[in-house]
Write a protein that binds this ligand. Structure first.
Ligand code: ADP
Ligand code: MG
Length: 640
């Protein structure tokens, strides 16, 4: 069981019609697009067979632009008009961007969206959304060429810590690129899905993502196929680039190369990155190049030296890891698995340090720079409706069926109506039915019908420890909350005493689309029928409440009735009990009227008695504690 559902009503995929859906990892350094082919997630390469698209866009004065490797090649020559790492600016204002002066860009605040950052380029003023859209458009074209058709939609990944503005900006970029967004999902969740952890044992997983310029750690909890982000952390200025920088410095020192022109510095940085990547697979990396200055560099970098000069960087990643665990209230021993994400986690010293820290071998058999895109593709495939038979994944955008509570008489009180978009939260107050009731059975149900017996039971729990009060006096606030992953939690809280109880449920657990469609059809066919039955049930509940109240009044103040009166009242109770069993609402109403008429006098006498008691110096509180029905809603039926 994992996440997934889709299909707006009437939009469900025709059988055997495969919809073209992709997953996109819109990365700070590199972006990728992947899809599911014959049940297997694969990254789609460019026409030269390269899987990665560097997240770099170069803008020219004639309005054209280049994206990817071509743009990257221009970075050194035309830095101002070559935008890289634009993800850092998404949904951000000018004041959010630190170290602006160290960047080669010309920033400006936008007039329409004051505070939102924009970049002045030869090709015009560009917002980060537009730059991202240019990257996404390139990926869309790549996918459409590879798949031979138009995309139905894409799942795009974002860092778990992305806020609303950053997520919205990402969605806007997709829209601008002509990509329908099936859903944004968190990068660590996508990576976990790629590893199939959503089908794994429940538990806590850590996702360690060391990319080009950023480090992210996420702690996820998997429960019933749904990942919940417990905590996130990281360092937005720590990544593979910093390792390049260390090697660069080592080269400068070893070859005594100062001063250096900007072009030569760029060149050496590229050599440094190549050496770093080479060392992942070899013990020694050659660093040889002829600089523009004419000087020749001819060095060898060993794994040992690289390990030494990068040791503090590796250690630096572990600080946010510790903090994220602490924030989640966990220790390394609670972590079931560690997923390695990001090209920089290929470095053996990183693998080693992470394994040592978590005291287990990290999961690394998938390509760390592809894993996010692969997981996103798997999600997209499911969201687009390309489901294999027997796949009962359910990931909700809207809740397909109403969620509610059982109330007296086996009736359903809907709290969150169907098709509410998630996340959603609603609360409603309920009260007790009987005097002195100290516990409340909360029964969470799903469905459109009026009666509990026609809906699906999701969960039951009890709220205990309600202070004894007369019926209807307790104020129990029940809150329904569905998070973005479709996870429902229901909490009940008695307002005066503060006692609480709660339960977490996955709302559509095990319900197939067909079942959902069937339940909806059913509810439409029964609307009238249901309305009648609801009214009948309500009358039955009302009748029982009246009977209870009268019986409890007789118990406490029976001496106020003559023997004859008592017999008549008891006869009226029996008549009402019989009527309550019939299906006739008219009989029921008549019998209730009778009982109320028979007890009218009795109620008045009890009222007098309670006033006398009150005047004798007792507090209202004591009266209520004594369960005097004249103070409760029950008295309504008796006195009127
Ligand atoms: P992002 O998520 O920021 O877009 P990626 O996951 O694509 O970044 O990671 C890019 C980083 O991974 C770069 O610093 C790159 O040098 C590094 N990297 C890629 N392959 C290797 C390798 N074989 N060894 C070491 N680092 C690598
Ligand atoms: Mg990444």
């Amino acid at each position: 069981m994992a996440l997934l559902q889709i299909a707006e009503p009437g939009e469900s995929a025709a059988p055997h019609q495969h919809k073209l859906a992709v997953g996109i990892d819109l990365g700070t350094t590199n972006s990728l697009v992947a899809t599911v082919r014959s049940g297997l997630a694969v990254v789609l390469n460019d026409e030269l067979g390269r899987p990665l698209l560097p997240s770099v866009v170069h803008y020219e004065a004639d309005g054209r632009n280049e994206v990817g490797y071509e743009a990257q090649a221009r970075q050194a020559l035309d830095p101002r008009n070559t935008i890289g790492s634009v993800k850092r600016f998404m949904g951000r204002g000018l004041h959010d961007i630190t170290h602006r002066e160290s960047m080669p860009y010309e920033f400006e605040s936008s007039a329409e969206a004051p505070g939102m950052v924009r970049l002045r380029t030869a090709g015009g003023v560009k917002s980060p959304v537009e730059v991202s859209a240019d990257i996404l458009r390139t990926l869309r074209l790549r996918a459409e060429v590879a798949l031979g058709g138009q995309l139905v939609g894409a799942v795009i990944t974002v860092p778990a810590y992305f806020d609303d503005a950053q997520r919205q900006a990402t969605k806007d970029a997709a829209k601008l690129a002509g990509i329908p967004v099936l859903r944004l999902i968190n990068e660590p969740t996508a990576a976990a899905i790629a590893y199939g952890l959503d089908n794994a044992a429940e538990g806590v997983y850590a996702v360690y993502d060391l990319g080009g310029g950023t480090f992210d750690i996420s702690v996820l909890n998997l429960s019933k196929g749904v990942f919940e982000v417990l905590s996130t952390g990281g360092d937005s200025a720590l990544g593979g680039d910093d390792f390049d920088q260390r090697i660069f410095c080592w080269i400068l020192e070893a070859a005594k190369l100062l001063p250096l022109s900007v072009e030569d510095a760029r060149l050496l940085l590229t050599r440094a990155r190549e050496a770093k990547e080479y060392l992942t697979y070899h013990g020694v990396a050659p660093v040889t190049t002829r600089l523009n200055s004419g000087e020749v560099v001819d060095l060898e970098l060993t794994t040992e030296t690289f390990g030494e000069i990068s040791q503090t960087l590796v250690a630096k990643t572990l600080q946010p890891v510790k903090k994220a665990l602490r924030d989640a209230g966990l220790t390394v021993f609670d972590v079931k698995g560690v997923v390695m994400v990001g090209g920089a986690t290929r470095m053996p010293q990183v693998q080693h340090a992470v394994g040592e820290f978590f005291k287990q071998d990290p999961l690394n058999n998938l390509d760390p720079d592809k894993v996010v895109a692969l997981g996103a593709a798997m999600q997209a495939n499911l969201l687009a409706g390309n489901r294999a038979p027997g796949d009962d994944w359910l990931l909700l955008d809207v809740i397909p069926l109403s969620l509610g509570l059982e109330t007296m008489g086996g009736l359903v009180e809907k709290i969150i109506p169907r098709n509410s978009t998630i996340p959603a939260a609603r609360a409603q107050e309920f009260t007790t039915f009987r005097d002195g009731q100290t516990a409340l059975a909360v029964h969470v149900v799903q469905g459109e019908r009026e009666l509990v017996s026609d809906c699906r039971s999701l969960a039951r729990f009890e709220l205990r420890g309600i202070p004894p009060m007369v019926a209807g006096a307790a104020r129990i606030r029940v809150t329904f909350q569905i998070d973005a992953d479709g996870l429902l939690s229901v909490a009940a809280r008695e307002q005066t005493s503060g006692v609480e109880a709660s339960v977490t449920v996955k709302p559509s657990y095990g319900l197939s689309d067909d079942e959902i469609a069937g339940m909806l059809k059913d509810s439409l066919a029964h609307t009238k029928d249901d309305a009648f039955r609801r009214a009948l049930k309500e009358a039955q509940v009302e009748a029982q409440r009246l009977i209870d109240a009268v019986q409890s009044a007789i118990k406490s103040d029976g001496e106020l009735l003559s023997a004859e009166q008592r017999t008549r009242v008891e006869a009226a109770i029996i008549k009402l009990q019989t009527a309550a069993l019939s299906e006739s609402r008219r009989h029921l109403t008549l019998a209730m009227d009778d009982l109320e008429a028979e007890t009218k006098d009795f109620a008045a006498r009890r009222m007098d008695k309670s006033i006398r008691r009150a005047l004798a110096g007792k507090s209202i509180h004591q009266l209520e504690a004594a369960g005097n029905p004249s103070q409760t809603q029950v008295s309504k039926g008796e006195a009127e």
